[in-house]
Design a binder for this molecule. Structure first.
Ligand SMILES: *[C@@H]1O[C@H](CO)[C@@H](O)[C@H](O)[C@H]1NC(C)=O
Ligand SMILES: *[C@@H]1O[C@H](CO)[C@@H](O)[C@H](O)[C@H]1NC(C)=O
Ligand SMILES: *[C@@H]1O[C@H](CO)[C@@H](O)[C@H](O)[C@H]1NC(C)=O
Ligand SMILES: *[C@@H]1O[C@H](CO)[C@@H](O)[C@H](O)[C@H]1NC(C)=O
Length: 477
């Protein structure tokens, strides 16, 4: 295992009750440790100390004593909040003289993926609910022609705006014709497919979509609420991340399958409706298949037009597919990566209920401290990340992420997302139930506030504040 590691930490070698501070690959942290490393003793966590407060439900008034107002630099080093590292041993809930080892059982593999659950940085405080869900914990529904697994509000209750699913289709298999009460947004994780839909005026849409093949960024798509659609995998098979604009996505009345509807309607009505003899309808399915195999292979990728039905009403005026490969990667001013933002105001007009960003964070890079005006839902495509959600009221909680993890930062929660790897990029999606991508940058705010105001609040010299960047950094190197 690579040491976790550039930001490495203090190994709590639990059994011997010694705590080792590992040197960090980060130059600034190295200098800090060189300067500050001392015989390790219990850290005075100052106003952040849960030990000095009577309950876990911290209230701001609990801190209004002199000790509580001590600033951070009165804390005993060297704990500056890095990810705990147990040097390859099983994680133990021990940090800086607090906690104790597991005396019985724990799931060490889950602990190892979530070191900040086991031994959080001392800045974590208060009661913040779980904000993370791994799709590996979802029930996977196996179907003839693929599988699907979901994350809904029952899995991740704080995610009220958005729910998600991963859908896999075998080569040429279909996701059957259906529509939703909510909007659907899709990101092609791999493979190739063909989607078709019509709008309320009978204008049609057909398009091929692909994942990150041939070194390009993949396609995304958006179906407004009510727009009926279907998806077919092409010769490579298909895997899609689906997002729906209601956390309670499994509720009855959210998804409507065409074959289910017909199976639940008197057959003579179906026959009259379509103007055909009832004897022709004996074979229609009595139960909706959800996913099913094709009987005839479709024309290959790039040949969607061969399958299009001639539509006297024309095509939908605003495409449902957005080719990320046609969009320029916008380098972050902070030098730590790039982003591609899509929303209805800027470049994807049809996507009025969903704004999105594909974020690429260089090794060790940091998506800067920021917040949004809607819930942020995120999905880790690749890499390893760490994020702390600040909930206000002296409450914050740190989470660790691996590929396939989903998470939510409720509206206005302050947060950052850090790439923990010194070698691998972090790629993830930020999604919002909103017509426009909006974020506020902490650094930009402080840089554009009268300097003395910031200096007096943070007990920093104005010369330090002058170095803060007035432009959003987005991702810091
Ligand atoms: C897509 O699937 C192919 C075949 O399994 C695999 O080689 C490739 O790494 C996958 N690409 C991504 C981005 O997961
Ligand atoms: C990838 O490149 C191959 C070879 O040029 C081509 O046949 C295939 O259609 C491309 N795939 C996509 C999704 O563009
Ligand atoms: C429907 O088909 C059956 C069997 O082919 C036939 O006997 C019947 O007359 C047809 N009914 C109508 C209304 O065409
Ligand atoms: C401000 O910080 C300095 C060290 O940089 C410290 O000596 C001083 O006590 C702090 N002042 C307050 C009010 O915390």
């Amino acid at each position: 295992m690579l040491p976790r590691l550039s930001h490495v930490l203090l190994a709590a070698l639990a059994l011997s009750r010694t705590i080792l501070a590992e040197p960090s690959a980060d130059d600034q942290l190295k200098a800090f440790f060189a300067r500050e490393r001392v015989a390790v003793k219990p850290v005075n966590f100052g106003r952040r100390s849960a030990a000095t407060t009577p309950t876990r439900h911290l209230r701001p008034e609990a801190f209004e004593d002199e000790a509580a107002l001590r600033k951070r630099d009165s804390l005993t080093p060297p704990d500056v909040g890095q990810v705990a590292d147990w040097g390859g041993s099983n994680p133990q809930p021990v940090r800086n003289g607090a906690g104790d080892t597991f005396l019985a059982n724990s799931n060490h593999q889950i602990d190892a993926q979530n070191p900040d659950n086991v031994a959080a940085p001392p800045t974590d405080s208060g009661t913040v609910p779980n904000l993370k869900w791994s799709l590996s914990l979802s029930h996977t529904r196996l179907l003839k022609g693929g599988w699907v697994r979901e994350q809904t509000i029952t899995d991740l209750p704080p995610s009220k705006d958005l729910a998600a699913a991963e859908l896999r289709l075998s080569p040429n298999a279909y996701r059957e014709l259906h529509w939703h009460r909510v909007a659907e947004w899709g990101y092609i994780l791999n493979g190739t497919g063909r989607i078709s839909a019509i709008d309320e005026n009978g204008r049609s849409f057909i398009s091929d979509v692909h994942g990150p093949t041939n070194g390009t960024d993949p396609d995304i798509y958006y179906f407004p609420p009510g727009v009926p659609h279907s998806i077919q995998a092409l010769e490579d098979g298909l895997e899609i991340l689906l997002i729906f604009t209601d956390g309670n996505f499994d509720a009855t009345g959210t998804t409507f399958m065409l074959s289910d509807w017909l199976a639940r309607t008197p057959l003579e009505v179906v026959a009259q409706n379509f103007g055909v003899n009832v004897s022709l309808l004996g074979g229609i399915p009595q139960k909706d298949p959800y996913v099913f195999d094709s009987t005839v292979a479709p024309p290959p990728f790039g040949h969607a037009s061969e399958q299009a039905v001639k539509d006297p009403n024309g095509q939908v005026p605003s495409p449902y597919v957005f080719h990320l490969s046609d969009q320029e990667r916008k380098s972050a001013p902070g030098g730590g990566g790039w982003v591609k933002i899509q929303d209805s105001v800027t470049n994807f007009p049809v996507s009025t209920l969903l704004a999105s960003a594909l974020v690429f964070v260089e090794p060790n890079g940091l998506r800067e401290l920021h917040w949004h005006t809607s819930d942020e839902w995120l999905y880790i495509i690749s890499g390893n990340a760490r994020a702390t959600a600040f909930a206000g009221s002296s409450s914050s909680r740190t989470f660790d992420f691996q590929p396939g993890d989903t998470a939510v930062f409720p509206v206005s929660y302050g947060h950052y997302v850090k790439n923990l790897s010194p070698t691998e990029p972090l790629i993830y999606l930020e999604l919002f139930k909103a017509p426009k991508f909006v974020d506020f940058s902490a650094t930009q705010w402080l840089a554009l506030t009268p300097r003395q105001v910031v200096a007096d609040l943070l007990n920093l010299s104005t010369s330090v504040i002058e170095t803060f960047k007035t432009e959003k950094q987005v991702i810091v190197a």
